[in-house]
Design a protein around this ligand. Structure first.
Ligand code: PEP
Length: 253
């Protein structure tokens, strides 16, 4: 059985008070509405980690994640945050390779390999993002492009390490645009990625890998997306900032 995961990516949003309010609401709804079998991951900006962790407390099923980590272990890298530090503050997950980081911070496939290795070495689960631009989708080379991102950044990992990674397929043209991939488009890519993983690591590992969809997912489209056999959850941006929407997405399974 693959893990079902819905991860909220707050990006660079919410003040301290806003983050506390959102977290309290999510924790209460998650408990009150008896959600089971779906892991919720909250990925706030770094300063929120500890206070959000405190509000999550021992709520079973809700976990803490970060939006990035350094590719270095420790040392004189001003402004960076290591995987080791994140783990020490109670994070369990870290989003890596988000298209915004690839585009605005020029993160390369090689750099992402180093970040993934740092995350794994410190017990964090990487949520590794991949996805194609609109241009590539129009050219019809999207499958090859996304498989290449996995090959380049992840296929160096041992089978044991790879099996700890979560994949998030996020077509860039769907992120924050209100334009969702259709459930069939998501399924097609997820299946292609699963087969690609199987070609390298074998069917057992491929079948156990959670592959999330991200890109304008919301309470109105999550049910159809999650009904697809290879869609194991979502990475949610905008809709993760509204407690009711986030919870409704989780309940769409
Ligand atoms: C994201 O940033 O990972 C994302 C999927 O954003 P949105 O849901 O807002 O498209």
């Amino acid at each position: 059985m693959r893990k079902k995961i819905v991860a909220g990516n707050w990006k660079m949003n919410l003040t301290y008070d806003e983050g506390q309010k959102l977290t309290s609401e999510i924790v209460n709804m998650y408990k009150d509405e008896s959600i089971k079998d779906v892991i919720a991951v909250l990925n706030p900006p770094f300063p929120h980690l500890l206070p959000v962790k405190k509000l999550i407390g021992d709520t079973s099923g809700i976990l803490l994640g970060a939006q990035n980590c350094s590719d270095k272990e420790s040392g004189a890298f001003t402004g960076e945050v290591s995987a080791k530090i994140l783990a020490s503050f109670g994070a369990s997950y870290v989003i890596l390779g988000h298209s915004e980081r690839r585009e605005y911070f020029k993160e390369s496939n090689d750099l992402l390999t180093a970040k993934v290795k740092q995350a794994l070495a410190n017990g964090l689960t990487p949520i590794f993002c991949c996805g194609e631009s609109l241009e590539i989708r129009m050219a019809g080379t999207h499958e090859a492009n996304v498989k290449f991102q996995l090959t380049e950044s992840l296929f160096d990992l041992s089978p044991e390490d790879f099996s700890k990674v979560v994949i998030a397929y996020e077509p860039i043209w769907a992120i924050g645009t209100g334009k969702t991939a259709t459930a069939d488009q998501a399924q097609e890519m997820h299946l292609a990625l699963r087969r690609h993983i199987a070609s390298k690591y074998g069917k057992d590992i491929a079948n156990a890998t959670s592959i999330l969809y991200g890109g304008s997912a919301n309470p109105g489209n999550a049910k159809e997306l999650f009904s697809k056999p290879d869609v194991d959850g979502g990475l949610i941006g905008g809709a993760s900032l509204k407690s009711r929407d986030f919870i409704e997405i989780i309940k769409s399974f």
